[in-house]
Design a protein around this ligand. Sequence first.
Ligand code: NAP
Ligand code: F7E
Length: 355
Amino acid sequence: MTKKSALITGITGQDGSYLAELLLKNNYTVHGIVRRSSLFNRSRLAAIYRESEANDLHLHYGDLVDSSSLNRILEKIEPTEIYNRAAQSHVGISFDVPEYTADVDGLGTLRLLDALKNTQIKAKLYQASTSELYGKAGKVPQDELTPFYPRSPYAAAKLFAYWLVVNYREAYGIFASNGILFNHESPRRGENFVTRKITLSIVSILKGELSHLELGTLDVKRDWGYAPEYVDAMWRILQYHRPDDFVIATNETHTVREFVEEAFRFIGKEIVWTGVGVDERGVDRATDRVLVTINPKFYRPTEVDILQGDSSKAKALLNWQPKTRFKELVHLMVEAELRAAGLVNLESNERIALL
Ligand code: NAP
Ligand code: F7E
C-alpha cells in the first residue's frame, strides 16, 4: 500500500508540531511549509527531528502570501492530505496588523484552495477555522448551526476563509472541511496567548525575575482544551467519508480569572481580588503581596465575551471526545513550565519552593 503523505502549513506552530508528531506516528510522510525568518523558528520541531525516522519529515520554504511557492510545493510533493494551520493567529495583534492578517488568514487560504484546484491534485484539505467566528454569538453553547458574528480582523479573515472552503467544495467538488476549533492550549502555546502568559509569568515571579503578572480583561470566558487531543480531531475530520464542518470543543467554559486562580493554586498560592476595573488587584492571601494587576493595553477594541462549544456532532460522527478537563490542563501547563525552568527536583519529583 502506498504511504499517505500530508502537507502541513504552519508546521512550526503549536498545532502544526503536534499534528506532525501524530501523522508520523500514523506512518505518514510529512511535509511542512516553513517561512524564512532571521532567527531559526523550528524549536517546536526539535524533538520530532530527534525521534522520527529522518526521512519521513521534509520542510519546504514557502509562504501563504506567495502563490508561486504554494503551487510549486503542491506539484512537487502531491500530498494526499493538506492541513492548513498557518495563520497570523493572535486576535489582539490582528487589530494592529489587520491588512496583513487578512492577507495571510483570508487570501492565504484562497491561494491554497486555488493552487489545489489548478494543479488538480486529489488531496483532501483541512481548514483551521475557529470559534472566533462566533464572536458576539447570540447563543451558548455554539454548534455548527450557530450564526457567525466576527469581532476582530482575525475573525473576519477566518470567516472569509471558512466560506471559501465551503464554496470550493460545492463549486469544484474539492474534499475540503472546516474544523471549527475552540481554544486549545499546551506547554507549546505561543507565549503571548493568555494561558501561556499566565503560566510563564508564574515561573518568572517564582524566580524573582518578574514582580507581578499584568493582564487585560479577566471575566471573558473561553472553552479551553488540550492541543494534542485537538490534532487527533483534525485527522479524524479528513478520514470521514465526506467533507463536512465540525465543532471541536470541551463543552465547558471558564473565565481568565479562574485560570489565574487555578494556576496560582497549583503552586500553593490563594489569590484574593480587591478593587474594580483597572484598579483590580490579585493579592496573595498569605503574604498580601500583589501578584496580578490590570493593564488596559491588553484590552481589545472589541471583545468576545463567552465561547462554549457543543461538539456533539464530532462525538457522533467522528467518535471524538475531549479527555483533558480545565483543572488538569492548567496543572499540566504550570507543571511543564516549572520543569522547563528547573524548579522541579527531577530526582524526588518535588517542587522547589522559592516564594
Ligand atoms: P501558532 O502557534 O501561532 O502557529 C501559526 C503557524 O503559522 C506558525 O507555524 C507560523 O510560522 C505560521 N505562519 C504564520 N504566517 C505564515 C505565512 N504567511 N506563511 C506561512 N506560514 C505562516 O498557531 P496555532 O495555535 O498552532 O494555531 C494553528 C492554526 O489554528 C491557526 O490557523 C489558528 O488561527 C487556528 N486556530 C487556533 C486555535 C487555538 O486555540 N490554538 C483555535 C482555533 C483555530 P512561524 O513559526 O514562522 O511564525
Ligand atoms: O485570549 C483575554 C483576551 O489571546 C483569550 C487564538 O488561538 O483562540 C485564540 O484566541 C482571552 C481574550 O486567545 C490578556 O482579551 C486578558 O478574551 O489567549 P488569547 P483568543 O483571543 O481567545 C482562538 C480560538 C483562535 O482562533 C486564535 O487563533 O484572554 N486576555 N488578558 C488576554 N489575552 C492575551 N493574549 N493577553 C492578556 O494579557
